[in-house]
Design a protein around this ligand. Structure first.
Ligand SMILES: *[C@@H]1O[C@H](CO)[C@@H](O)[C@H](O)[C@H]1NC(C)=O
Ligand SMILES: *[C@@H]1O[C@H](CO)[C@@H](O)[C@H](O)[C@H]1NC(C)=O
Length: 307
């Protein structure tokens, strides 16, 4: 029994010295951290010790992104004589026992699993955290087109939402809040270069569809409503309405001209007819029309007035 004691001690010593200092120091992070695209984010973890170490000195903090083609690495090295340079847009900070990676302008490509390695004078530790980003969709745009492909449809409504992340949904409602999404074609989903989504949906309108108004609503990945747009189906197309307005302004000028003009022409005609008729009646020219239809009394008045 006594001969085994040194070996036992050696095993214990090995465990302590070969750095399973993990037993003293650990890094604790949230499992996932969510940031917003274009809003500064901070991945923050805490260095904890399994036993009281009042004067723990953290010497190095290394943040690394896993499984990247272009490995991302940002380190803070506080050992004497070391200079720190961070890749643009990223910064490692250390505040007491809190270590952070600051991402000033998060993009979709920043999503992923980050590992945080901390070296201290009482041992090293490493852990990972999952960084996710979201981006809010812009208000959708909706417009109508003449439908030539879908049978029995005369028009289709198109709704487009862009700039969101992760993939969201578009839904259609009429003015009575009845949902029409099932009547829409499967959405077309694109991802732009920056990883943000563009979603477009087409709702064919059948000839007998009765609603005057349809609303397209964009929902984010967790079914939160982010924006909507409404279109009236009886809207004249915008070109027609501008034409109408120019017609109105033109007719505003033409109408009085026409009225005044026709009044003048009318007066002249009336004067002419009265003259002729009175001449004819004086000359007693036989004319059936004139006999049946003698000059009306107002002609005399008219002539008096003119005189
Ligand atoms: C998706 O991409 C295709 C081809 O590049 C394009 O025609 C279409 O308009 C895009 N869809 C959206 C919603 O932007
Ligand atoms: C979705 O929108 C809701 C409500 O605006 C918001 O609380 C939630 O964080 C959003 N989720 C995502 C994944 O953007």
């Amino acid at each position: 029994m006594a001969s085994r004691a040194p070996l036992f001690l050696l095993v214990i010593c090995f465990c302590c010295c070969s750095g399973h200092a993990k037993s003293f120091v650990e890094v604790v992070c949230d499992k996932t951290i969510t940031g917003r695209v274009a809003h500064q984010s901070m991945l923050t973890c805490k260095v904890e010790t399994t036993q009281e170490i009042p004067d723990l000195t953290i010497t190095v903090v290394v943040w690394k992104k896993q499984g990247d083609d272009d490995p991302f690495l940002s380190a803070l090295d506080r050992r004497p004589g070391k200079k720190n340079k961070f890749p643009p847009g990223y910064k490692v900070t250390l505040n007491d026992r809190t270590v952070s990676l600051v991402i000033t302008d998060p993009k979709v490509k920043d999503e992923g699993v980050y590992s945080c390695l901390v070296m201290t004078d009482s041992g090293n530790a490493e852990t990972t955290t999952h960084f996710k980003v979201t981006a809010k969709y812009e208000a959708p745009s909706v417009y109508s087109i003449d439908e030539q492909v879908v049978p029995n449809a005369h028009k289709s409504l198109i709704c487009k939402a862009t700039g969101g992340y992760p993939e969201g949904k578009l839904r259609w409602f009429d003015e009575n809040k009845t949902e029409w999404t099932k009547s829409a074609e499967p959405p077309i989903v694109n991802q732009t270069e920056d990883g943000l989504f563009e979603i477009s949906s087409k709702l064919p309108l059948m000839k007998l569809s009765t609603s005057d108004e349809y609303t397209c609503v964009v929902y984010n990945a967790s079914d939160g409503k982010e924006g909507s747009a409404t279109i009236r189906t009886d809207d004249p197309d915008p070109d027609a309405s501008t034409q109408n307005s120019s017609k109105t302004s033109l007719s505003a000028i033409i109408a009085p001209v026409l009225v005044v003009g026709s009044l003048i022409v009318g007066l002249l005609l009336a004067l002419l007819i009265c003259r002729r008729r009175s001449q004819r009646t004086h000359n007693m020219v036989p004319n059936t029309d004139e006999v049946i239809d003698p000059p009306p009394p107002y002609c005399e008045e008219f002539k008096d007035n003119m005189a």
